[in-house]
Design a protein around this ligand. Structure first.
Ligand code: FES
Ligand code: FES
Length: 161
């Protein structure tokens, strides 16, 4: 049995049939093809499945799909600009070597994006705090924090012009 739900996905209205107890992660990846959202632990520990719901960071592996009715979901695919150009945040992560295997990167980027939306000028401690739910096995986090700081600086100077 499925129930139809409607919600906004990266700015476009979608209607999908979901089963009771189905996870948002599976609806995004399997039903809607948003494979940028990754599954790591599947139990709320690693942050690989991070998406934004109404602008707030959630773990899609723990989020019941039925509860997404009427809400707004942003996945990593939703951050690409026209012609698929990377956002300043994504560019900074690439430039700083903060993306290696890339498995954690969608979740890291979405958590950092949410941070910069609510706090355009975060301290290093605030960046680390915002990313505490996103585990990375590759970079050791220094480059990630530097990249987010660089993106904040870039976005700040762009808004000054
Ligand atoms: S897959 Fe969701 S937190 Fe790890
Ligand atoms: S870049 Fe590999 S897990 Fe973060």
């Amino acid at each position: 049995m499925t129930l139809d739900i409607s919600f906004s996905l990266n700015g476009a209205e979608v209607v999908v049939g979901v089963r009771p107890h189905q996870r948002l992660l599976d609806v995004l990846r399997r039903t809607l093809g948003m494979t940028g959202t990754k599954e790591g632990c599947g139990e709320g520990e690693c942050g690989a499945c991070t998406v934004l719901v109404d602008g707030r960071v959630v773990n899609a592996c723990l989020y019941p799909a039925l509860e997404i009715e009427g809400r707004s979901v942003t996945t990593i695919e939703g951050l690409l600009g026209a012609d698929h150009q990377l956002s300043p945040l994504q560019e900074s992560l690439v430039a700083r070597g903060a993306i290696q295997c890339g498995f954690c990167s969608p979740g890291v980027i979405l958590s950092a994006h949410a941070l910069l939306d609510r706090n355009p000028n975060p301290s290093d401690a605030e960046i680390r705090d915002a990313l505490v739910g996103n585990l990375c096995r590759c970079t050791g986090y220094v480059q990630i924090v530097e990249a987010v700081q660089e993106a904040a600086d870039r976005l700040g100077s762009e808004s000054d012009v």
